[in-house]
Design a binder for this molecule. Sequence first.
Ligand code: SF4
Length: 416
Amino acid sequence: MSEEFMSVIRRPARKTANETATNEAATNGAATDGAAESPSPGRPVMAIPAPTQKKIRLMDLRPDQIIALMGMLNEKTYRGAQLNHWLFNRGVRTFDEMTDISKKSRDYLGETVTPESTLRLEKDEAEPYGARRFLWRLEDDLFVESVLIRQTGHLTLCVSSQVGCRMGCRFCRTGTLGFTRNLTQGEIVEQLICARKIVPKKDMKITNVVFMGMGEPFDNAENVTNAFQIMVSPQYQAIPRRGVTISTVGMTEELKRFAEDPTLRCRLTVSLGAANDELRSELMPSNLKWPLDKIKRTIAAYQKLPSNTSSSWMTFAYVLLGGVNDSPKHAKELSRFMTGIKSKVNLIPFNPWPGAPFDRPSPQAIEAFRGVLVDKNHTAMIRETKGASINAACGLLVANQLDQAKPPEGPLGASL
Ligand code: SF4
């Protein structure tokens, strides 16, 4: 989206007799001036989209691209910063409200781009333990969801990164929906901005964000990276870096990039499902591409880097499926996998939905599993209640929405 956008931005315009023809040429890519070029009077500001062409959403541009855009309108850099503030900090979605930007520039901008929101709230459902589940309708009438979780002293928002998911984890309801498309940068950031607008001012603040909703975040790495940068920027959403958790099936290339790049520092969680390759591949087909050994080597390598100290601790998520991966033998396998890595594990008892292919483990099995890990000096926590709302039911609202449109074709899963 962003490069496509910059390719239609042209040098600053002046109303001329042949403006229409020039703009058409620019729209078709005839002009090739770069985005960072200095303004040149007498040439078009930017390509005016054809009547049928959709305006480009500013929320899908990076802040630096928006500053470049304002520069091309002969606006000073701080004006671009003001526009970014309106968009990414205040969440303002009409140009009329951006009163410190000149009317002329707003008019120019309005011809080509829009600050409008990409999300419409379709449902706001109460969940157990004070959680709320938001169903968002996207511009193309697809749906994604976010879950707001009440924790001691603060709120955590679980966001989606894709419509559906191509990883196909068998215990995940989203996984059974298949993959439709990546969310844009704007659609990801908007989940946070819109949720913050919904939460009453007197209520607790959203201080944490977890990428554990629909989708595999690292399968949409560019948009997730850009959204993450806006979320943690002190100028915009100001979520503390350590307040952001990205959960992955273990896509090692992106795991390494996030772990090693200080500008992407955050908490990382790898979903395991099982600690032997045969069972993990059955439960999580992604294991065929990113098997356990590869994941372990990637984590061990970056934990050895001198720049990585306590911040490099890894969290594992392990969904306990009754009679499938919840025996003491499986716990010993998990212990072996964790040995040598600075890590802890969240054990998540599966919460079945009607037609789910797995059962919830018994309380005795859960305790015995944890006991094996604790005896071997691992940090193992059982994540129930509030965690269950996000970790075992992602995709539920979307699936229900789809169910209303057509009969279910088979059991749907629960997400990590
Ligand atoms: S658990 Fe996550 S990665 Fe796996 S299918 Fe569900 S949404 Fe995708």
